[in-house]
Design a protein. Structure first.
Length: 445
C-alpha cells in the first residue's frame, strides 16, 4: 500500500499558527489515532491532539478532505496547531510513529495532485511560480497558470488538432459510405491555418513572459566613480555594493532586485570601464560589457564634474547596438546642464537629494510597458513550453505545406503536433521531467 505522507505546510516557526498536512490511504486511521474520530468533511473542529500513547500534544483545528475531491486527489487532513517549534515537533513526532506514515519529500503533495489528475504540468509550474512570486505582475501571471489558464489554451488547440485528424480519418476509412461526402477533410484546413497563426502569436510573446518571470535587466555602465554603486544602493535601499573613492572597487557584477510599479527589475552594477593593465580589472570590464550586451536596458552613467579622461568609455558606450542605452548624469545636486540632457536624451539624478530618481524609475517602467504592450493573459512562461510549441508549429506548417493528395502524411504531421502539445501539459511522455519540476517546490507543498 502507498505511504501516507506528512509535512509542515506553513512557514518556519515560531508563528501564530502552524499547519501540518497529511495525505494518503491511512489518513482516517491517523485522525482516529491522534484525534479519536474523523471530522465531518470540510468542517473545522477544535480537537485535542494526542500521541498514540494518549499524551496531550496540543489543541487545535482539524479538517478532513476526502479524496478524490481534495488537493492531492487522496484523503487529506490538516492540523492547525500553535506555531511553536515544540508543538510542531510533537505532532510530527506522533505522525512518525504511525504505521505506513513517512515525511513528505519536496513537492510530493503537488506531485500526487498531478498523478491523480487534479493538476496538469502547466498548473504545477504556475503554482511553483506563485509560491515564489515577488511582484504583482508575477503573481497575476502565475495565478492565471496555476488556475488552469494555460491548460485551457493548449487543450483547446489539442481538441482542434484531434478534430482535424478525425475528419481526415473519416475520409480515409469511410469514403465509400454515402453519409461521408468526399474531400470532407478539405473543410478543416482553414481552421488548421488559423491555429498555426494563433500558436505563432502566442510564441511571439515568450520574451514578455520571460521578462515578467525573470525580471527586466538593467545594466549600470560607466567609468570608475561615475556613481554606479551609489545608485544601486540608493534604489535597493541597502548596501548592495561597496562605495569608495578608490577606482576599481567593483570588479564583478553586483545584482539587486527591485519591485518597480509591480514589475521585477534586476539592476546590475558593473566594473568601471577604463584603461588598465590589471588583469583582474580587465576581466571585470570584460564581464561588464558582456552583461550590458545581454541586458534589456543600459544606463550609461557619467559624472559631469569628473576631470578624468574617459575616452575608452566613450567608445564602448556606443557599442551596444541591440540594447537601448540612456545617458544618466550623476551628482545632479552639484548642478546640471539641461541643454546637454536634452541633446543626449539623458537624465540628471542625485542620490544625495533624490532629484531625478522618480523620473528614472518612470523611465524604466515606460520601457517595461512598451515591452509588454498588447500581451495576452496567457503566455508561454517556460523555455520548455517555447521549445515544444515551436516543434508543434513546425509540424503544422509541414502539414499545410504537404501535397493535398497525401492526406495520410498530413494526418501524421497533425498527430506529431498534438504529441508536442501533450508534452507541455504532461498528457504524454514526461516522466523524465517530473523529478526536475517537483524538486522546485518546498517540502509541504
Amino acid at each position: 500500500m502507498r505511504n501516507t505522507i506528512f509535512a509542515l505546510s506553513s512557514g518556519a516557526p515560531p508563528s501564530g499558527v502552524a499547519v501540518v498536512r497529511i495525505s494518503g490511504p491511512n489518513v482516517r486511521f491517523g485522525l482516529e489515532t491522534l484525534v479519536g474520530f474523523v471530522p465531518e468533511p470540510r468542517n473545522a473542529r477544535l480537537c485535542d491532539i494526542k500521541s498514540p500513547g494518549g499524551d496531550l500534544l496540543d489543541r487545535g483545528l482539524v479538517l478532513f478532505f476526502p479524496g478524490p475531491a481534495s488537493f492531492t486527489g487522496e484523503d487529506v487532513a490538516e492540523f492547525q496547531i500553535h506555531g511553536s517549534r515544540a508543538s510542531i515537533e510533537a505532532v510530527l513526532g506522533a505522525l512518525r510513529e504511525l504505521s505506513g506514515y513517512r515525511p513528505a519529500e519536496a513537492g510530493e503533495f503537488t506531485r500526487r495532485a498531478f498523478e491523480h489528475g487534479r493538476m496538469d504540468l502547466t498548473a504545477v509550474e504556475g503554482l511553483s511560480d506563485l509560491i515564489r512570486a515577488e511582484t504583482e505582475a508575477q503573481r497575476k501571471q502565475a495565478l492565471f497558470q496555476a488556475d488552469g489558464g494555460l491548460h485551457a489554451i493548449y487543450q483547446s488547440w489539442a481538441d482542434r488538432l484531434t478534430h482535424a485528424r478525425a475528419m481526415i480519418e473519416a475520409e480515409l476509412d469511410f469514403s465509400d459510405e454515402e453519409d461521408i461526402p468526399g474531400s470532407v477533410s478539405d473543410r478543416i484546413w482553414p481552421d488548421v491555418a488559423a491555429l498555426l497563426d494563433e500558436i505563432r502569436k502566442h510564441l511571439s510573446q515568450a520574451a514578455v513572459a520571460k521578462t515578467i518571470r525573470h525580471g527586466f535587466h538593467v545594466a549600470l555602465i560607466g567609468a570608475p566613480n561615475a556613481g554606479k554603486s551609489s545608485l544601486i544602493n540608493h534604489l535597493a535601499q541597502r548596501d548592495v555594493a561597496i562605495v569608495s573613492a578608490t577606482p576599481g572597487t567593483t570588479r564583478d557584477v553586483v545584482e539587486a532586485r527591485l519591485d518597480v510599479y509591480g514589475h521585477l527589475v534586476v539592476l546590475l552594477d558593473t566594473a568601471g570601464i577604463h584603461e588598465t593593465d590589471n588583469p583582474i580589472e580587465q576581466d571585470g570590464i570584460r564581464r561588464s560589457l558582456a552583461v550590458a550586451q545581454r541586458a534589456d536596458l543600459v544606463l550609461s552613467l557619467e559624472d559631469p564634474f569628473s576631470t578624468e579622461p574617459n575616452r575608452k568609455f566613450e567608445k564602448t558606450a556606443l557599442a551596444f547596438d541591440d540594447v537601448e542605452t540612456v545617458r544618466i548624469y550623476t551628482k545632479g545636486d552639484l548642478g546640471r546642464d539641461e541643454d546637454v540632457e536634452m541633446a543626449s536624451g539623458g537624465l540628471s539624478i542625485s542620490v544625495v537629494d533624490g532629484s531625478g530618481i522618480d523620473e528614472l524609475l518612470e523611465l524604466i517602467a515606460e520601457r517595461l510597458s512598451r515591452l509588454e504592450g498588447g500581451a495576452d493573459a496567457g503566455l508561454p512562461t517556460r523555455a520548455r513550453h517555447e521549445a515544444l510549441l515551436r516543434d508543434c508549429a513546425g509540424e503544422i506548417d509541414n502539414c499545410l505545406g504537404t501535397d493535398g493528395d497525401l492526406v495520410e502524411v498530413r494526418s501524421d504531421h497533425l498527430r506529431r503536433a498534438a504529441l508536442y502539445l501533450g508534452r507541455i501539459t504532461g498528457a504524454v511522455d514526461v516522466e523524465d521531467l517530473l523529478g526536475v519540476i517537483f524538486q522546485e517546490f518546498c517540502v509541504g507543498k
